[in-house]
Design a protein around this ligand. Structure first.
Ligand SMILES: [Zn+2]
Length: 70
């Protein structure tokens, strides 16, 4: 399952949803997106930790995301 990150969850007014194959992929894309679109956002360790905590499983709802869940 892939991973997604809603940019607005990070605290910026932006509707971009980043999708990646795994957390590292999403982090990489988020860094590139922030650099290009959010010049005011610095990718500090704190921001990276926040982003990491906001990454969700693709297609996941509020469910735990386990393979046996529907
Ligand atoms: Zn954005």
């Amino acid at each position: 399952m892939g991973k997604t990150l809603s940019c607005k969850d990070v605290g910026v007014d932006c509707d971009v949803v980043i999708k990646g194959k795994d957390e590292a992929d999403v982090m990489q894309q988020a860094a590139a997106h922030a650099k290009g679109c959010h010049s005011g956002v610095q990718m500090t360790p704190e921001v990276q930790a926040k982003i990491r905590s906001l990454i969700k499983d693709e297609g996941g709802s509020s469910c735990c995301g386990g393979s046996s869940c529907s």
